[in-house]
Design a protein around this ligand. Structure first.
Ligand code: NDP
Ligand code: HSE
Length: 433
């Protein structure tokens, strides 16, 4: 039977894994799709660079058109990264009636809708399982596995680098900068890790998850983002003392009126929450469905072979569709118009750490502000600080609206008794927060 020819854009970490899996699993793949899979050409920056896989030199090119304009190439696998010029390549591939598989979350989070439209117009598949949580088949699980359910909430540890950093800081007391360097050396972090530690990488992934899970076009700008750079050893110490674990968590929730909230922020989870035990560079996505209840998808969120597993599984999906003649029909058109929750519709508990002047009336002034907004405390600790006349207050609130909580923070800032607001984090429980 005639082989399916593929062209690859990129032969780095993920690309090398793709080549390895296609070579090592050829029998299994052949059984799945009924024909051999042949890599015809691979675009790289530098043909002479040493490669992690053995590849005949004549397969490499620096001219994208050798792939995009080759009528024999049926599928383009994009594992080169980048946004604007990569988008141009993928649009051209689709216009040339080539199916596209990509691992590129930066691209799909921003231009997913445009690429889907062009794919559908040209009868092509556009699959991107590897773009969220690397080796975990979470997108298929949302779109197919949970197709019959109404997803109410998703909480994801979707960035391996920050999970690695927070795990080492919490469990070994390691210093932030040192662990970030280790994550870079191990290859989890992006070339420029700003988007990892600043939360943007997780926000891109949450944009994709929310769009598919809620069947609503959520945009990257709709995601409230806070990274991990400001987290201190003391924050982690007090969180632990109160029975919590800190994670950089993507949270996407929808209410009965199909209003949604999507955010990425350092969040405290009770130590017995299933996400609290997801450590090191591992990822997990907790999904709460109206009918199914709690589910959790766990696995490696990055790395050569895990990510390539998702890429090659997408390739299998494309070829199966080719056999059935149904390519270009699986694009998911959003069912709901976008409706975002306002700050008075987002409810959560909060962890707050304050340094205050240890004087008569201080505590009453602070509690007075919370009482005015009808927000009560679940837990509270007060310790004297080394510097005389000051004390540290650590508290966890009961549920409060974001609007009330932000007003409380503003009022605390202006209170003479408060020396400094040291930190404030969201606290999550589970299906309803
Ligand atoms: P790498 O930097 O390891 O590899 C990129 C590859 O693309 C290299 O082979 C490079 O060529 C080639 N390339 C890059 N830009 C160009 C260009 N303008 N023209 C020609 N060739 C180019 O990246 P990764 O493999 O780590 O990541 C690839 C994609 O997968 C990204 O979108 C990333 O976000 C995504 N991803 C990565 C994961 C991971 O664990 N690494 C996990 C999930 C998704 P050369 O080798 O010659 O320099
Ligand atoms: N830098 C990303 C992470 C790679 O740390 O999760 C996988 O998308």
């Amino acid at each position: 039977m005639k082989a399916i020819s593929i062209g690859m854009l990129g032969l780095g970490t993920v690309g090398s894994g793709v080549v390895t899996i296609i070579e090592n699993h050829q029998d299994k793949l052949m059984h799945q799709v009924g024909c051999p899979i042949k890599i015809k050409k691979i675009l790289v920056n530098n043909i002479n660079k040493p490669r992690a896989v053995e590849i005949p030199q004549e397969l490499l090119t620096t001219n994208a058109n050798e792939i995009l304009e080759d009528p024999e190439i049926d599928v383009v696998i994009e594992v080169m990264g980048g946004v604007d010029h990569t988008k141009g390549y993928l649009l051209k591939a689709l216009q040339q009636k080539k199916h596209v598989v990509t691992a590129n979350k930066d691209l799909m989070a921003v231009y997913g809708t445009e690429l889907h439209t062009v794919a559908a117009e040209n009868g092509c598949d556009l699959f991107y399982e590897a773009s969220v949580a690397g080796g975990i088949p979470i997108l298929r699980s949302l779109v197919d596995g949970l197709a019959s359910d109404r997803i109410l909430k998703m909480m994801g540890i979707v960035n391996g680098t920050t999970n690695f950093i927070l795990t080492k800081m919490t469990k070994q007391g390691a210093a932030y900068a040192e662990v970030l360097k280790e994550a870079q050396e191990l290859g989890f972090a992006e070339a420029d890790p700003t988007s990892d530690v600043g939360g943007l990488d997780a926000a891109r992934k949450m944009t994709i998850l929310a769009t598919l899970g809620f069947s609503m076009k959520v945009d990257l700008d709709d995601v409230k983002v806070q990274g991990i750079t400001q987290i201190t050893e003391d924050d982690l110490k007090y969180a632990k003392q109160l029975g919590y674990t800190m994670k950089l968590l993507g949270i996407a929730s929808r209410d009965e009126d199909d209003k949604v909230e999507v955010s990425v922020q350092p969040t405290l989870l009770p130590e017995n929450h299933p996400l609290a035990s997801v450590n090191d560079e591992y990822n997990a996505v907790y999904v709460f469905g109206d009918a199914v209840g709690e589910t959790m998808f766990y696995g490696p969120g990055a790395g050569s072979l895990p990510t390539a597993t998702s890429v090659v599984s997408d390739l299998v999906g494309v070829i199966k569709n080719m056999r059935l003649g149904v390519n270009g029909r699986s694009a998911v058109t959003p069912q709901y118009p976008k409706k975002l929750k306002s700050a008075d519709e987002i409810f959560s508990k909060y962890f707050l750490r304050l340094h205050v002047y240890d004087e008569v009336g201080t505590f009453a002034d602070i509690t007075g502000i919370f009482s005015k907004h009808k927000v009560s405390f679940e837990k509270i600790l007060q310790m004297p600080l080394k510097r005389k006349e000051t004390a540290e207050i650590v508290l966890v609130t009961h549920h409060a609206s974001l609007k009330d909580y932000e007003e409380i923070l503003n009022e605390l800032k202006d209170l003479p008794a408060v020396k400094e607001i040291k930190c404030s984090y969201r606290v999550e429980r589970g299906e309803r927060g």
